[in-house]
Design a protein. Structure first.
Lengths: 289, 358
């Protein structure tokens, strides 16, 4: 029974990694940029939700959409201010820029909300579901269900909507997409908004489980490992990688000496890079002249 | 303006390009060697710190600036150098031998890390190095028998030929000397075939490979050299810290090292020194500014990394060539005075075509 219990908490933690990884992959797929600050955007989303619910006392059915809207705005703002000037610059420069952005966001959150941890109150927190001997908190179930729903929506969005198809086109070849009349810049703006919204959803889902402080953005690095394990640039890969990292972490916590749980995501990443560098779902091919 | 007449085949790879270099760099050498005479002890210590940073920066510049491989985990090599050096000194090894071994050991670890890293480029490599750095940090925390864990580890005093080098002035000269030796070494590496191969790999792996450059060998060499120099800096850093703890070698340190090469100017050795001056002295400037700032601003947690981050963002957007690039533009403005054109330095944009299939 213990193992099932462990697997469930691994899956729910893995879903959070997967959601953040989804944000990474989305931006990478569309703009070829790597946003290292994704975890910090998630932190920001969680804080905005806390502000609306706990501090201003809004009911949650208003607070959640409002948070998503605010975070979409934040995404657009970041794109306009920081990432649009960087279109056409080398990858590495954008990567460094987002690392810098992460530090700035952390200090900003510390300045606004203080550095002591805060909790997000959601209506479902505290209840548990009993299935035989296995006990699952509703907040963990919410994470799993939310992730599954979001994945379905994303799949439908990229498969069937014009905007989704335009995003795919822009991700394959910016110049060609521009030539066939896709407003590439506007598409990029939407992509950033979308990834900020996904980060906010991850933040709202994870905030009841783990308290929110300005440094929770560092899970972004683990999520990044998850994205690479799944094959960077593949959305199912991101979720699967997240789940894998989450489960491995729980098992390492149980069977290995202390300290290995924190390391396991990175060890998994390095092992993956050695055995199968293209990740679970390969999307890369060798560059040809 | 200076016109250089070519009279010798060796001229382009000479370390000294023209007489102006002799004069100006000679003056600079005079200045740094006489510094203990006219600089107060605190600033001398700060400049020692800058020199140590510059050695680590040389290593990182070789990798990022000249070979085009990004490492987000160079603090790990700094840590390996520092801990190995402190451990060996603690076990009675003589100072020079221990420092050499620490450097060599870092280089070896760098070469080992390069083996999986060879199959990756760009972002994959950056993340692999990051993962490596996190693992090293965890090892430092948990391997208490050797590293002392969170309690840390005292670093024995540097004693060379019976002279105690922990005196600030002597340590200043030691760091300066090692920096100069490293600089000359790197300059020589860069004008050798191996160094040229690194630059070729940076500019285009495909064309470098088709010209007969052994990609894996070149990258491994770059990684090993880079890790070696950073390890050397780590050994010096250990003496500066005098007490080693894992929290001196976190991701933030790695980012600081990277910030140094970016702000200084990628792909130039001048950039390393400018960057080291910047990164080494900025915390002091922030501390001074903090004292005079209103308490609301001064008490923000994580203010220092945020200032670093902000400066990095501004440099990347407005001056990707760093301080050295800006200096070159200013110099060119005066050299060509009425004829300087801004468009000379316009950045070339590349529109990406993905390497992904789906």
């Amino acid at each position: 029974m213990e193992i099932i219990q462990l697997l469930i908490s691994g899956v729910s933690q893995g879903c959070v990694y997967g959601l953040i990884a989804l944000g990474f992959v989305l931006i990478y797929k569309a703009t070829e940029m790597v946003n290292f600050a994704q975890g910090d955007v998630m932190m920001l989303g969680a804080y905005v939700a806390i502000t609306f619910t706990s501090i201003w006392g809004w009911p949650y059915y208003w607070a959640v959409p409002a948070t998503l809207l605010v975070m979409a705005g934040v995404g657009i703002l970041l794109e306009r201010l920081l990432f649009r000037p960087m279109i056409g610059e080398p990858h590495f420069a954008v990567l460094m820029l987002t690392i810098g952005l992460g530090f700035v966001l952390r200090a900003l959150a510390g300045a606004i909300w203080g550095s002591e941890p805060r909790a997000l109150q959601m209506p479902y927190v505290g209840d548990v579901l009993r299935m035989g001997e296995v006990v699952v908190g509703y907040e963990n179930l919410a994470i799993i269900a939310g992730t599954a729903l979001l994945c379905l929506l994303m799949w439908l969005f990229f498969r069937f909507t014009t905007v989704g198809l335009a995003m795919q086109a822009a991700s394959q070849n910016q110049l060609a997409a521009f030539y066939v009349g896709i407003p590439v810049k506007r598409i990029f703006m939407l992509v950033w908004a979308l990834s900020a919204v996904i980060a906010a959803i991850a933040g709202i889902l994870t905030a009841p489980v783990s308290l929110v402080d300005p440094l929770i953005g560092f899970v972004g690095i683990k999520a990044f490992a998850a994205a690479i394990v799944g094959g960077f640039g593949s959305m199912p890969g991101a979720i699967l990688g997240g789940l894998l990292v989450g489960i491995v972490e729980q098992l390492a916590g149980l069977y290995l000496p202390p300290g290995f749980a924190d390391m396991s995501a990175y060890v998994l990443l390095l092992v993956m890079l050695v055995i199968r560098p293209q990740g679970l779902f390969a999307t890369m091919q060798k560059k040809k002249v | 303006m200076r016109f250089i007449r070519r009279t010798d085949y060796e001229q382009d790879i000479n370390l000294v390009q023209h007489k102006g270099h002799v004069l100006w760099y000679g003056l600079l050498l005079l200045l740094v060697f006489s510094a203990p005479l006219w600089l107060d002890r605190f600033l001398l210590g700060e400049f020692t710190y800058v020199f140590i940073y510059a050695i680590a920066g040389l290593g990182l510049m070789l990798l990022v600036g000249y070979t085009g491989l990004v490492s987000l985990g160079h603090a790990a090599f700094l840590a390996i150098g520092a801990y190995v050096h402190a451990f060996l000194l603690g076990h009675g090894w003589p100072f020079p031998l221990s420092m050499l071994f620490a450097t060599g050991f870092s280089a070896l670890v760098g070469a080992l890390i390069a083996i999986p890293a060879l199959r990756m480029t760009g972002i994959y490599l950056a993340v692999a190095t990051l993962a490596f750095a996190v693992i090293v940090e965890q090892v430092l925390v948990h391997w208490e028998a050797v590293t002392g864990g969170f309690r840390g580890m005292a670093v024995p005093k540097p004693v060379l030929f019976g002279i105690n080098f922990s005196d600030p002035t002597l340590f200043y000269f030691l760091s300066l000397l090692l920096l100069l030796v490293s600089l000359v070494l790197v300059m020589n590496i860069l004008r050798s075939p191996s160094g040229r191969a690194m630059t070729a790999v940076r500019d285009s792996e495909t064309s470098a490979e088709s010209m007969g450059i052994h990609l894996a060998g070149t990258k491994t060499l770059a990684f090993a050299l880079s890790a070696g120099f950073t390890g050397l800096a780590g050994a010096l850093f250990a003496h500066r810290l005098t007490y080693l703890a894992p929290d001196a070698f976190t991701i933030v340190t790695s980012i600081q090292l990277l910030l140094m090469v970016v702000v200084g100017g990628l792909g130039s050795l001048h950039g390393v020194v400018f960057g080291a001056l910047f990164v080494g002295l900025l915390p002091q400037i922030i501390a001074i500014a903090r004292d005079s700032a209103p308490p609301v601003v001064a008490q923000i947690p994580g203010l220092e990394p945020a200032v670093f981050g902000l400066i990095m963002i501004l440099f990347l957007i407005y001056e990707p060539l760093g301080i050295y690039g800006r200096w070159q533009k200013i110099r060119q403005f005066f050299e060509e005075f009425p004829l300087y054109r801004r468009a000379t330095h316009r950045r070339q944009k590349t529109f990406l075509r993905t390497e992904r299939l789906r």
